[in-house]
Design a protein. Structure first.
Length: 83
């Protein structure tokens, strides 16, 4: 568990890469959507939400699920996330 590692902390690259792996290796399903939701919540809680993570979420989720999960539409860029 990288979250408990004394050597490294998860950052937006870690979360974004994990989301990309989910997209590439898991078929669209409720299980994938639930896992993406857990990753999103942990990323946000850790303060690591950034463009890379949002781009991966846009890629993996339909627009309505993206908006439901993050709280704004795919075209709204006013949230001030990390670049």
């Amino acid at each position: 568990d990288l979250g408990k590692s004394p050597y490294a902390n998860a950052d937006q690259v870690t979360y974004g890469t994990f989301l990309k792996v989910c997209e590439n290796l898991m078929p669209p399903s409720d299980t994938r959507r639930q896992l993406v939701s857990v990753i999103f919540k942990k990323c946000a809680k850790d303060g690591q939400m950034g463009k890379l993570v949002l781009d991966q979420l846009k890629s993996i989720l339909p627009p309505e699920q993206f908006e439901e999960m993050v709280g704004f539409s795919m075209t709204d860029h006013s949230m001030g996330w990390k670049d």
